[in-house]
Ligand binder design. Structure first.
Ligand code: ADP
Ligand code: MG
Length: 443
């Protein structure tokens, strides 16, 4: 028990914290047992990061492709419609990607673990700060001989702040600010604050935090620059704007449009946000699609991480996929065009959802093969309670990739996120209480 108390004290001392659902402060959930992969497995995932980012950058710039493959979903999903309409009104320009590509590990026929892509997150990626803090916790526990193994260091925070700094140099306006687009209430506030404080400390760059509605209220364009409260914004970093809840009315959409039409660098642009749609992921898995955007060699490496993804009405042996999935629900996940966790359907809920959908509604969803990861015993610490249980771990690779409107200027892996959850838990959200932050340990 002493080691649990020590770990919780370290977490609280070092800002490994969040608000719980009733906005009381607590430590972020963490795992005491770092997730083991081989050096080769980790290196090959790291090497794939720039390849995936080049692919997604190219997809995000292809207006015709996005429109063609999202317009059916936009028919019933007004949020997708809103983003697509906005995308059509704005010209392509420079944008920064701070992405996170998430993988679950599954065993091949030879018993070797391979990464399988869950999804590419192109907007509002969380845990850049908390991933570093949990890595500091594991470093501490290793020194205390509580944790064993060859811990893999992780500092996406400083790497991200370096990338943000490079954007300010590129934009070239003295005393320009970062705009962080936020939700009015945020359980994961400290993960955002950690970035803001480090940016000020290491680069002298200040941050304004605003909702989209506040941007609409306070923002103007001056010679193309986005001006908020008399400050020029060089870079807009979205930690909101990925869910319809962030657009309660016209004014929020106006705020988004003001940002998109300004010359500020967007992280991400609306095109990149759309490229991260689950429908686009499903289309890219079709034969010949990835190959339109990157070299055949790179496409082959990317494809090795794909599992089956389907339209609901496509058929296998003349049977539509939505029926196939209803008959073997354990093999599939049903996903709408949403981000942020808690939106997917599994098991019985999936079956009843599939039964109640119209053909038109089915176009706004995809079915994805369920990735089966082998379970491992680990100790999870949630709200001061430790429990040893069967777990699976999801590994995300963060990247920073900048396109100046003509070419990619930088594109690199900047670290990782590991989320470890109970093996019987479907969803993976940390703040929703499903998963625990973790580190990698190399074997
Ligand atoms: P969101 O955009 O809401 O984060 P995801 O597609 O990332 O949606 O799914 C949320 C979580 O559900 C993932 O973090 C993962 O734990 C689980 N999940 C998603 N897809 C699969 C899958 N194909 N197989 C197994 N688990 C999955
Ligand atoms: Mg996700």
């Amino acid at each position: 028990m002493q080691k649990i108390t020590d770990a919780i004290d370290f977490a609280l001392t070092n800002g490994l914290i969040k608000y719980d659902a009733s906005f009381k402060l607590t430590h972020a959930p963490f795992c005491l047992s770092p997730f083991g992969l081989t050096k080769e497995q980790v290196t090959s995932m790291e090497q794939l990061t720039p390849v995936f980012n080049e692919l997604m950058m190219n997809v995000g710039q292809d207006n015709q492709f996005l429109k063609e493959h999202l317009s059916d979903a936009a028919g019933t999903d007004s949020f997708v419609r809103g983003l697509l309409d906005l995308h059509e009104r704005v010209a392509f320009s420079h944008h920064l990607q701070i992405s996170r590509n998430d993988f679950l590990m599954s065993l091949d026929q030879n018993g070797v673990l391979h990464p399988r892509q869950v999804e590419f997150n192109s907007i509002a990626n969380s845990f850049i700060y908390l991933s570093r803090q949990v890595n500091l916790l594991h470093q501490h526990l290793t020194r205390e001989l509580i944790c064993e193994g060859n811990l893999s260091p992780n500092n996406p925070l400083d790497e991200m702040v370096d990338a943000l700094g490079e954007i300010f140099d590129y934009y070239g306006v003295d005393d320009a600010h970062l705009l962080m687009v936020v939700q009015p209430k945020e359980q994961n506030l400290f993960d955002q604050r950690g970035i803001e404080y480090r940016l000020l400390e290491s680069r002298g760059i200040r941050t304004l935090r605003m909702t989209l509605e506040e941007v609409a209220e306070n923002g103007v364009l001056r010679d193309g620059h986005l001006i908020l409260n008399d400050r020029t914004i060089a870079l807009v970093y979205f930690r909101a704007g990925y869910t319809p809840n962030d657009y309660p009315g016209e004014s929020a959409w106006k705020g988004r449009e003001l940002i998109e039409t300004s010359s500020a660098v967007k992280c991400p642009s609306v095109g990149m946000q759309l490229a991260g749609a689950k429908k686009i992921q499903q289309v890219l898995a079709k034969p010949g699609m990835v190959e339109q955007f990157i070299s055949p060699q790179d496409a082959a490496r990317v494809r090795e991480t794909f599992v089956g993804m389907y339209e609901l009405d496509e058929t296998i042996d003349e049977k539509p996929l939505y029926q196939v999935a209803s008959e073997s629900p354990g093999q599939y996940v049903l996903k709408p065009q949403r981000e942020g966790g808690g939106n997917n359907f599994y098991d019985n809920e999936m079956v009843s959802r599939l039964k109640s959908m119209s053909e038109q509604e089915r176009k706004a969803y995809i079915l994805m093969e369920r990735i089966q990861s082998p379970a491992e015993r680990s100790i999870l610490v949630v709200d001061r309670v430790a429990e040893e249980t069967d777990t699976v771990s999801e590994v995300g690779r963060y990247a920073a990739c900048f396109h100046d409107g003509e070419k990619i200027r930088f594109n690199r892996d900047i670290g990782y996120l590991v989320r470890t959850k109970a093996a019987d838990q479907n969803e993976g959200g940390v703040c929703a209480g499903y998963a625990c932050l973790n580190s990698l340990c190399l074997s």
